[in-house]
Design a protein around this ligand. Structure first.
Ligand code: BMA
Length: 340
């Protein structure tokens, strides 16, 4: 049976001149820019983005690094002359005690400011599995790696403040053997020091949403509202009848943006689940053009003083796009969907 067409929620509006960043703006080898972390820092917007370079319109490419760009308005971005984070920087990885060749690449960075300090979470492909990393920086140039998870885990996002004295993160471990197939959900862990993580709990699962049958995970670091933590999620459905969608011979998944609302003092408690997609792939740059079509992957959300939020997302794993919504509208929609 063909998978149903999905539509975006009317409460969110795509920026009319999307995408906001493409590889044309990058002054070094770059084929695909997507899945970016963004924060407001010292009066400007700062974004770190994934760059897959020397891609030859197939699944193969030379490598991935992380670039940096800045903006005065969150829309027009200027990219710094060189990437800022790269596993080819052996020095960076050896500081964490990893042998040469262990790390294949780092990607999908997210940014969070906690107590005036900048943290970046990122995914790491290693010779022994996928790991989630946390690094800290003061200048986006020098990075201190604080922790790497056991495999397989990725899509970690940090809450912007400690809760009950602990750092808290959302993450998406990837259990396969125990579930018979890939079916991944969103979990939460806490830490006294950003190094030791535990006390983990399931927060939202594939069956909680109307449009997912494969994966649900964190998208952007949580946004604080009066009524709870607003979390933008990614939700995936797979349809084995899908064939060629993009540059690869086969791409059978569809990624949408979704959202949940978590309790401010106990974020394990899900106060509301928006059951339908917040953003479903519809625009050409999401659904038709690019490397992997039908991918919307939200990775950053910036709350503005006027009560709106800018949501940044990777589109078709090829460009970065942005959409805006009123925070109160989104909170209402989550609450109307009911608790988990
Ligand atoms: C996931 C990750 C993401 C990517 C998504 C869709 O497995 O690789 O970086 O956006 O697939 O291709």
């Amino acid at each position: 049976m063909a998978s149903p067409e999905l539509h975006s929620c009317p409460a969110i509006t795509r920026y009319e001149n999307n995408p906001v960043l493409t590889c044309d703006a990058v002054p070094y080898p770059c084929t695909l820019v997507f899945n970016a972390g963004a924060i407001k820092w010292k009066g400007e917007y700062v974004m770190v983005f994934r760059n897959d370079y020397n891609h030859i319109r197939r699944a193969t490419f030379e490598g991935t690094n992380i670039g940096l760009c800045r903006s005065a308005d969150g829309i027009h971005w200027t990219v710094e002359p060189k990437p800022v984070f790269d596993v080819k920087d052996e020095e960076l990885m050896s500081r964490f005690g990893l042998p040469r060749g262990e790390i294949k690449r780092c990607y999908d960075p997210r940014l969070t400011v906690i107590e005036d300090e900048i943290y970046m979470t990122f995914a790491v492909d290693t010779a022994h599995g996928l790991r989630g990393g946390i690094a800290k920086t003061t200048d986006f140039a020098d990075w201190q790696i604080l922790s790497l998870t056991v495999p397989d885990n990725r899509n970690m996002v940090l809450f912007p403040e400690k809760i009950n004295g602990k750092y808290v993160r959302l993450e998406r471990p990837m259990p396969v053997y125990s579930r018979g197939r890939d079916r991944f959900d969103m979990w939460l862990s806490e830490s006294p020091d950003m190094i030791y993580w535990g006390n983990s709990a399931l927060v939202a699962a594939v069956e909680d949403f109307n449009y997912t049958n494969d994966k649900v995970g964190p998208g952007a670091p949580p946004v604080k509202t009066d009524r709870g933590w607003l979390v933008f999620t990614h939700g995936v459905d797979i349809d084995y009848d899908r064939g060629k969608n993009g540059w690869e011979d086969k791409w059978q998944k569809r990624y949408c943006a979704g959202m949940v609302l978590l309790d401010l003092n106990d974020p394990r408690k899900v106060l509301g689940v928006y059951r339908d997609p917040l953003l479903a792939p519809e625009a050409d740059y999401e659904a038709r053009d690019g490397f992997r079509t039908n991918v919307i992957f939200p990775t950053a959300a910036i709350r503005e003083d006027d009560g709106t939020v800018k949501v940044y997302y990777g589109a078709a794993d090829t460009v970065i796009a942005m959409a805006t919504a009123k925070v109160d509208d989104l909170v209402e929609l989550c609450l109307a969907g009911g608790a988990r």
